[in-house]
Design a protein around this ligand. Structure first.
Ligand SMILES: [Zn+2]
Length: 343
């Protein structure tokens, strides 16, 4: 099977640099639709705004679901201060201290956008004696707009209002030696992984054992991304970032297979089968337990779907902060899924 690395990296970069906090995914799903059409794939959109792409396999009576989420962490305007700065509320599980000093874009509901910077409320060392101590919660953060504003009415005159969505600058860089550095690698990288997998399967004329439905979800970071899935799906493999850190075996070069997360253990047989394939195919992989994590497969189970559920994905360092992974982890994930779906 020939994996098109350049296609993968270009797609990853395009997705990573397209703003898509949970609840603001219509633009990126339009983009995903174009990528699906370029591969002649059958693309559908659910009422909630998720995408479902179906690819026929040899058996239609056991549909395998693959999911990856295209929504990310973000912020929202909570209120506007009298001095023209903005108070914020988090969308998803942001680490407030990792946002200090980050650039951001505010999207108004009348389609304008404005640049700004996330700062603490003690924003200058020369003025505030607690400047190095602030920023551990969202009440201690604010946004300084790159506009000449000195009052709340100056801000509303720009069209900015409470409830406007704010995207954090992803700072995407792909290095010559294969590192992918960006916010929101979780989980745009897995959307790129699955598209690259589908392209490779098509171009190599490999046959899928079963029909697959690829769900690109949009509310994962707030807990209900793939709570609904088509009812002919019998098993769902969530492809989402693998955790790295204390007690965990995974690195940025491995595909991670999750045995258990905060939602409990994943399906025993399906997880065992994925581990067996990873061993047989000589992939760099790790089996881990994620202490603070829930996936789209957990959401689907909680949504009442009668499915076998599993979770795999490339190892991502410093998740929900300044994330990084390596191409090798992504390639291991592609190979694991390809073997599972075609052999
Ligand atoms: Zn994720």
């Amino acid at each position: 099977m020939n994996i098109d690395k350049q296609y993968f990296l270009n797609l990853a970069k395009d997705l990573l640099t397209t703003p898509s906090p949970s609840g603001y995914c219509h633009h990126i799903i339009d983009k995903v639709e174009n990528y699906a059409k370029a591969l002649n794939l059958d693309f559908k959109r659910t009422n909630k705004g998720n995408a479902i792409i179906e690819i026929k396999g040899n058996h239609d009576d056991y549909v395998v679901g693959l999911s990856a989420h295209v929504d990310t962490l973000g912020l929202m305007v909570r209120s506007i201060n009298g001095n023209g700065t903005l108070n914020i509320t988090t969308i998803g599980g942001n680490q407030s201290n990792s946002l200090i000093g980050e650039y951001c874009t505010v999207f108004t509901r009348d389609n304008k956008s404005y640049q700004g910077t996330i700062l603490t409320t003690s924003y200058s060392s020369h003025v505030y004696d607690d400047a190095s101590k602030k920023g551990s919660n969202f009440d201690e953060l604010m946004i300084r707009l790159d506009e000449r504003v000195a009052s709340s009415s100056d801000v509303t005159a720009l069209g900015i209002n409470n409830g406007d969505v704010i995207a954090i600058d992803p700072k995407t860089i792909i290095t010559e030696n294969g590192f992918i550095k960006s916010r929101h690698i979780d989980d745009k990288i897995s959307v790129a992984i699955i598209f690259t997998l589908i392209k490779a399967i098509k171009e190599s004329n490999l046959e899928l054992n079963n029909t697959i439905k690829f769900i690109i979800s949009t509310y994962e970071e707030v807990g209900h991304g793939a709570a609904y899935i088509p009812n002919d799906i019998k098993e769902l493999i969530a492809v989402d970032m693998g955790c790295i850190g204390k007690d965990l075996a995974c690195t940025e070069y491995d595909v991670s297979i999750c045995a258990k997360d905060s939602s409990g253990p994943y399906d025993y047989q399906l997880t065992s089968k994925l581990i067996e394939i990873a061993k047989k195919t000589n992939l760099n992989f790790a089996v881990d337990i994620y202490p603070y994590y829930g996936s789209d497969a957990s959401a689907a189970l909680r949504g009442g779907n009668d499915i076998k559920a599993a979770l795999i994905g490339p190892g991502v360092h410093a998740s929900h902060g300044m994330e990084r992974t390596h191409y090798d982890a992504c390639e291991n994930a592609i190979k694991l899924l390809a073997s599972y779906l075609t052999e």
